[in-house]
Write a protein that binds this ligand. Sequence first.
Ligand SMILES: C[S@@+](CC[C@H](N)C(=O)[O-])C[C@H]1O[C@@H](n2cnc3c(N)ncnc32)[C@H](O)[C@@H]1O
Length: 275
Amino acid sequence: MTPIPYIDIMLGQLEAAPPPPDGLHVHYGYWDTPPAGPVAEVYTAQCFMVERMLTELRVESGHQVLDVGCGVGGTLQALGNRVEGIRLTGLNYDTRQLDAARRVVRVHAHNSLSWVVADACAIPDSLGSFDRILALESPEHFASRLAFLKGAAKVLAPDGLLALSDIVSMSGLLELGRDPSEAKRLRAIIEAGCGPWPELWQAPDYQELGKQAGLEMVAWEDATVATMPSYPFFIEHARVDQLHALADALQLLESWSQARLVRYEIMSFRRKQPT
Ligand SMILES: C[S@@+](CC[C@H](N)C(=O)[O-])C[C@H]1O[C@@H](n2cnc3c(N)ncnc32)[C@H](O)[C@@H]1O
């Protein structure tokens, strides 16, 4: 497993203090309206992104919920403190994040919470089936989005829902990657700061990938503009903390987002209905 460099920052934060009641999040957030003042409101935007994803998922009492690439458990903490009578499972390939989550995440007493070490592209069948599956800003790191969707479809209940957000490369970006040495240089910048990005030089068509996995897309949003105000905040903090590789990677992703070479997508799927 190749570690994601900025995860160390989150782990350090959790060593120093417990997470806020709505969880500690490792994503860009969603800016419903552009920031009015200092971009330090990023935590509010992160909580709004969680709301956005949970609105997509429509979790109800009695549901079994799986969060794939669950970070340090922030989304499950937020969810587990507002809906009762649910079984929550966080899946990650990084045991350090799961250990931190196990230590700090607390949810409503009528909910159960478990943490599973596994790769998102090989979700164990032994976990049983889930009514709701979530992957918030993690698929860009997976070795294969299709393998993840196929595995998720296998453990998704017949009337279940899968919601995900992902940073996807657009065809314009692939032009930049045509030159092998440039492709190598750009990948090195992204991965030094943001961790593995295996399908950087592919432009995924999620509708088509979903079909191949036996899933039907039910909602899709281009959320690029809603996520972009976070870049300056994260870049500035990374520079102050001397995390130059992270700052460089984020700066590149910001410029690609501005140029529409990458897109932040939010979507949901259900199992393909028999015709
Ligand atoms: C950007 S963070 C998002 C974390 C979390 N979803 C959140 O919103 O706070 C990406 C997460 O995906 C996890 N991840 C990346 N690749 C993975 C894989 N192949 N299998 C399982 N988890 C993975 C990372 O360890 C990290 O926790």
